[in-house]
Design a protein around this ligand. Structure first.
Ligand code: SF4
Ligand code: SF4
Length: 531
């Protein structure tokens, strides 16, 4: 990948600033118009006898000069496939420590074969020089030879996730360039007043996978107690492969959030979890409290990004909903997660009976959990037996929740409606429920034990079945597009990209979720209600 210097007769000090500074006597060896490295090669100069790594250093400085003067529009253009950074030069060297010398660190180079990379970081104009690691070289080889990750993994006898991880780190450094995510809101998606591109394009696609209906609890608001046949392990692995292909096709990272029922009660949980990790997927668990040794076993396979459990209010109310002893078990379990350094989350389903307990619970959880937040009840399944919060009281509750969050770092925001208050308060918007307001069938889908795919697990929103269709076809089905589009009642709203209401809640109220407004929306009445 060496490339000749394009500019001729540069000034010695400009071309060789490091050599000029460290070895000023070398300037007398320099013949204007000739490269120092070539002069070194053809003459047995005294400076090389004293400093045998000088030819390598000269070649690095020449590469540095070349890269500095390179302009490559590719660095900011869209690309269809992964490519080696077009500014990058790779220089074979026989000495180590030369990249340190280039950075001004005083080292004594040792004789050792290796490679130095010199490149311009994409998106910035800064030049980088570094000793190439074996992983960097592997990433450059894979990309320059246009190998796909699976073949490279097969050749190297490693998991495909290991290869993708190596590519990811090479891309983070800017050695290779990756094509942009193709999971993006369509041009005609309502923009409102939001112009941050981060709210329109998803870097990660999440499969929320309910792998079993089996559960050790029997919560009063469970949204699905139906009996569904679980996938065999081999079928589950095929789903992971299909997910891998879908995410590569869309140039996005993958997350699998295992849930249920209690996902750990799926008989092949460990195997499936490891298969997901081996594909380089981020893994997370939405489940119930488990014994410490069980969490240790899972962490040994692959540390989860987070482990989410649920509480429904203070001790007595929670145990009424989730069963006797659940509250204390959960608090103990949070301590276990902390001890094991696993990010913990507590989710509460907001109902008329627990709305007055939320702030007190948040105080009780302070310091015990990394993030505490809530979902509004979707009156679906057994949840239809519970009472939703009165829409009229919702704005007041949210205002108090936001105030409590100012002094309690464990409180996290999830409900899209909080963005109405952020607009009122002139605060930056946040991503809402799924990072893109309602992300149903956009940056995530839900897969049920029997293969049914739903836009969002919180209400019946069937978009296909993995037994009958590919993930690609399911994602681009008319049904999925309709859920992605959401309610036409929101299309003129200034915050639509970070809101869209909640279709699951609307469904529970029996409204037409594609045309009517989330019953809790207070955007219109905002100015009339007291803050
Ligand atoms: S109209 Fe209401 S529910 Fe819809 S996006 Fe705007 S604030 Fe959200
Ligand atoms: S339907 Fe509701 S719960 Fe589901 S993604 Fe949309 S906002 Fe979130």
């Amino acid at each position: 990948m060496d490339r000749p210097l394009t500019e001729h007769t540069p000034d010695f000090a400009k071309l060789y600033p490091i050599i000029g500074k460290l070895f000023p006597e070398v300037e007398s060896d320099y013949i204007a118009g000739n490269l120092l490295s070539e002069t070194f090669e053809s003459n047995n100069l005294i400076s090389i006898v004293n400093y045998p790594y000088l030819p390598d250093l000269a070649r690095i400085e020449e590469a540095y000069f070349t890269v500095r003067n390179t302009t490559h529009h590719h660095l900011s253009e869209n690309i269809d496939t992964r490519i080696v950074n077009p500014t990058l030069l790779l220089i074979r060297v026989q000495w180590s420590g030369l990249a340190d010398l280039m950075s001004g660190r005083p080292v004594h180079p040792e004789q050792e074969d290796g490679f130095i990379t010199v490149w311009k970081a994409p998106g910035k104009n800064d030049l980088r020089v570094a000793q190439a690691s074996s992983h960097d070289l592997l990433a450059l080889k894979i990309v320059s030879e246009q190998l796909d990750s699976r073949s490279a993994a097969l050749e190297g006898g490693v998991a495909v996730g290991t290869i993708d991880d190596i590519l990811y780190h090479a891309a983070q450094k800017g050695l290779i360039l990756l094509p942009k995510s193709r999971l993006t809101r369509p041009e005609d998606f309502p923009r409102g007043e939001i112009d941050d591109p981060g709210f329109f394009t998803a870097p990660t696609f999440t499969l929320q996978w309910h792998i079993t209906q089996t559960c050790d609890l029997h919560c009063r608001h469970c949204y699905d107690r139906s009996s569904r046949t679980e996938l065999e392990l081999a079928e589950g692995i095929r789903v992971l492969d299909a997910l891998y292909d879908f995410c590569r096709e869309h140039n996005v990272y993958t997350q699998v959030t295992f849930t249920g029922g209690n996902p750990l009660m799926y008989p092949h949980f460990d195997e499936l979890y490891k298969e997901a990790a081996d594909r380089g997927f981020l893994t997370a668990i939405l489940g119930n409290p488990m014994p410490k040794n069980r969490v240790e076993e899972i962490s040994a396979l692959h540390k989860p990004e987070f482990y989410q459990v649920s509480l429904e209010g203070l001790h007595e109310h929670n145990d009424y909903i989730r069963g006797k002893g659940h509250f204390n078990r959960t608090i103990d379990f949070l301590a276990t997660l902390k001890e094991l350094d696993i990010y913990s989350m507590v989710m509460l389903t907001l109902t008329r009976s627990n709305i007055n307990q939320v702030m007190e619970l948040a105080e009780e959880l302070r310091g015990k959990v990394d993030l505490f937040t809530f979902n509004r009840l979707a009156m679906v399944g057994e949840g239809a037996e519970l009472e939703s919060v009165e829409p009229e009281s919702y704005q007041k509750f949210l205002t108090a929740f936001v105030q409590a969050a100012e002094n309690n770092p464990c409180i996290g925001f999830k409900d899209n409606m909080l963005n109405i208050l952020r607009q009122r308060d002139n605060k930056p918007y946040f991503g809402g429920c799924a990072g893109f307001g309602c992300g149903a069938a956009f940056n995530f889908i839900s897969l049920l034990p029997d293969g049914e795919v739903h836009a969002c697990r919180k209400f019946p929103s069937l978009i296909g079945n993995v037994h009958d269709s590919s993930l690609h076809d399911i994602y681009y089905s008319q049904q999925a597009k309709q859920y992605r589009k959401g309610s036409s009642a929101c299309s003129a709203c200034s915050i639509r990209p970070v809101c869209g209401g909640c279709m699951a809640v609307g469904y529970g109220f029996g409204i037409d979720i594609f045309r009517e407004l989330d019953p809790y929306c207070f955007m219109e009445s905002l100015t009339r209600l007291p803050v």
